[in-house]
Design a protein around this ligand. Structure first.
Ligand code: AMP
Length: 281
């Protein structure tokens, strides 16, 4: 496996592989890889001849009071893990390589970014869409792989690719969880032992809501209230949002119909965790 940090070298590598008729899968990450990321890499290996894993903690998608400086980083550990999964390239550009002096452009996906995490994190999805568009242009992948764990991000990327006619396929990969159900996240390392023990309340409340829906409940306010009540019982959990929206445009629904997304964000101390569940009725 190769490590590439220069943008021009990454593009040259991809062009050469594609000239040889090979397909390229891209797995964009911020590093500190865990089993969720490794599952994306495996999926990419199944579907493409070559796999590029990008590792870039993107300053554009962090707010002023967020954890950009503290975000966990360990490139040599990530390299070993990605190599073991058979990735061909780790693309780890420098911030000044991605955003050189004079950089002034951005990609804004409207409507889908106002709610859910967009409300608490203004500018976050502009940062995400911008860096992902750049990665697509630099690597030129045939397919790119994103986790359902970040459901709003996945919807925003799908919208951007469709709206801007980007010539690649987006593949969504189901959320990978710890044995007790907690969605894997690089941020789980911030949790104290007590918070870690409390955190599976998120997935439990989603699973209980699924049972309620299975019994015929379709009223979004009732389902949302049910989840809030379950989470509020956990004293270490502070709800940021619990929302039920349509899966494409992420607009609130009154009654569940078609494909809906139940999404939530909850704080445990300073750590904000997200989780979600797609329901088809
Ligand atoms: P991140 O490094 O957190 O930006 O995540 C990089 C990619 O991995 C994104 O597409 C995430 O949605 C995906 N990802 C993160 N955690 C998980 C998980 N637990 N299961 C599946 N995909 C995940």
């Amino acid at each position: 496996m190769q490590r590439i940090s220069a943008v021009s070298e990454m593009t040259a590598w991809s062009r050469e592989k594609q000239r040889q008729g090979e397909t390229i899968g891209l797995v964009p990450t911020m590093g500190y890889l865990h089993e969720g990321h490794l599952t994306l890499i495996r999926r990419a290996k199944e579907k493409c001849n070559r796999v590029v894993v990008s590792i870039f903690v993107n300053p554009l998608q962090f707010g002023a009071n967020e954890d950009f400086a503290e975000y966990p980083r360990d490139l040599s550990r990530d390299e070993n893990l990605a190599a073991r999964e058979g990735a061909d390239v780790i693309f780890a550009p420098l911030v000044k390589g991605m955003y050189p002096q004079g950089f002034h452009s951005s990609v804004e996906v409207e409507k889908l970014t106002d709610r859910l995490c967009g409300q608490a994190r203004p500018g976050h999805f502009r940062g995400v869409a911008t860096v992902v568009a750049k990665l697509f242009n630099i690597v030129g992948p045939d397919q790119a792989f994103f986790g359902q764990k970040d459901a709003q991000q996945l919807a925003v990327i799908r919208r951007m690719v469709a709206d801007l006619n980007m010539p690649l396929t987006i593949v969504g990969v189901p959320t990978v969880r710890e044995p007790d159900g907690l969605a894997m996240s690089s941020r789980n390392v911030y949790l104290t032992p007590e918070q870690r023990q409390a955190a599976p309340v998120l997935v439990r409340s989603l699973r209980e809501a699924r049972e309620l829906i299975g019994q015929g409940e379709r009223d979004a306010a009732k389902i949302g209230g049910f989840i809030r009540q379950r989470i509020t019982r956990e004293p270490l959990a502070v709800i940021d949002y619990v929302e039920i929206v349509d899966n494409d445009f992420l607009q609130p629904v009154d009654k569940l119909a078609g494909t809906c997304l139940i999404a939530l964000a909850v704080r445990f101390g300073n750590t904000r965790l997200i989780d979600n569940m797609v329901v088809e009725v």
